[in-house]
Design a protein around this ligand. Structure first.
Ligand code: CA
Ligand code: CA
Ligand code: CA
Ligand code: CA
Length: 299
C-alpha cells in the first residue's frame, strides 16, 4: 500500500508499481460543479454533486443524503464519506453531462480507474445571492460602504437596495432612471441635487414625489405627460395624483443558492494506493435562479 499525503487540491502522481500515470492531473479546480437534485421536498433527499473534466475524461462526485433542503441558506455538517460516497473516476471516453443523473448509468464510456473515499467528513455551506436586475452590482448598492448589504434601504420599504429593483420607491424602476452602469457617478440627475434619479424620490425637485406625479389613476408615473418629457421629470408640471397613490409597484428579484462543499481528512483508495487530503475544496454548486415577488407596504 502506497500513501500520498496531499495538502493542496492539485496533484500529479506516478504509480511506481507499473509506471502508468495514476491520475492524468486530478485538477478539478476550475470545473463547474453540477448537480442531480432531489425531486421530493420532504423526507430523505438525495443529491449528487459532480464535476466532469473533459480533457482527461475524469470525474469527481459526491452523493449526499440529507433530511434537509441543502439549497436553503445554512451550514450543514457532520457528513461522513462512508455513508455519502465521494469518488474519483477515470473513463475511456467522453462523459456526458447526464451521466450522473440517469437511474441506469449508460453502458459507455467505461470506468478505467476508481478511487473511493473510505474515510473523511465534509461540511456544506449554502449562501444566497440575489439579483434585482437593475444593472448595478450589489457591492455598489452598499451605500454606506460598511460591507453590510442589508442596512442600505433608501426607500425604507424593507427590501435592501441590492435586491430592490426600485431603490428610491418612486415607482419608476431603477433600470429606467438613467443609470450609467459603467460609471455610477455619471448617472442621470435631473434636478442636479447630487442624488442620481434612481436614488431620488422627487426627480425634478418640484416638491411632489415622482410616485405622486401621475394623473391617469394608475401607479405608473412614467406614462404621464409627453413622451419626451414626462411630468415627473418636468419641474414646471406638478399634477399630484388625486386620490394619492398609496401602493408600490410589485418587486421581483432572483435568488440563487451557492452550495459550497469542503471535505476534511479524506482518504481516497483504489485498493492499492491511498491519497489523503487534510482539506479538499470540492467547489461550489450554483443553483438555478428562483424568482421572488414581494409587495412591500407603501410609505
Ligand atoms: Ca428598498
Ligand atoms: Ca437596487
Ligand atoms: Ca427617482
Ligand atoms: Ca417631482
Amino acid at each position: 500500500m502506497k500513501r500520498f499525503l496531499i495538502f493542496a487540491s492539485f496533484l500529479f502522481i506516478i504509480n511506481c508499481d507499473d509506471g502508468d500515470a495514476l491520475f492524468e492531473d486530478f485538477d478539478f479546480d476550475n470545473i463547474t460543479v453540477q448537480a442531480c437534485l432531489p425531486e421530493n421536498d420532504a423526507g430523505t433527499r438525495n443529491y449528487t454533486f459532480y464535476k466532469i473534466e473533459t480533457v482527461n475524461n475524469e470525474t469527481l462526485s459526491i452523493q449526499v443524503s440529507s433530511s434537509e433542503d441543502l439549497l436553503e441558506e445554512g451550514i450543514y455538517d457532520n457528513f461522513s464519506v462512508t455513508s455519502n460516497p465521494f469518488e474519483y473516476r477515470k473513463f475511456n471516453g467522453t462523459v456526458s453531462n447526464d451521466y450522473f443523473c440517469n437511474d441506469v448509468p449508460p453502458s459507455s464510456p467505461n470506468v478505467t480507474e476508481t478511487f473511493i473515499a473510505n474515510a473523511g467528513t465534509f461540511i456544506i455551506t449554502t449562501e444566497y445571492s440575489f439579483d434585482d436586475g437593475d444593472g448595478i452590482p450589489a457591492i455598489d448598492e452598499d451605500l454606506n460602504n460598511n460591507g453590510d448589504l442589508e442596512d442600505d434601504d433608501t426607500d425604507g420599504d424593507g427590501i435592501p437596495n441590492y435586491r430592490d429593483e426600485d431603490d428610491d420607491g418612486d415607482n419608476v424602476p431603477t433600470s429606467q432612471e438613467g443609470v450609467n452602469t459603467s460609471d455610477l457617478s455619471q448617472s442621470r440627475d435631473t434636478d442636479g441635487d447630487g442624488d442620481p434619479d434612481y436614488l431620488d424620490r422627487d426627480d425634478d425637485d418640484d416638491g411632489i414625489n415622482t410616485d405622486q406625479e401621475t394623473t391617469d389613476g394608475d401607479a405608473n408615473p412614467a406614462n404621464d405627460g409627453p413622451a419626451n418629457l414626462r411630468n415627473y421629470l418636468n419641474p414646471l408640471v406638478s399634477g399630484p395624483a388625486n386620490p394619492p397613490i398609496d401602493t408600490f409597484i410589485e418587486h421581483t428579484y432572483t435568488r440563487q443558492s451557492n452550495v459550497e462543499i469542503t471535505l476534511f481528512d479524506v482518504t481516497l483508495s483504489n485498493g492499492n494506493s491511498e491519497i489523503i487530503y487534510e482539506e479538499f475544496d470540492f467547489g461550489t454548486y450554483v443553483g438555478n435562479g428562483i424568482t421572488i415577488t414581494e409587495n412591500p407596504p407603501f410609505n
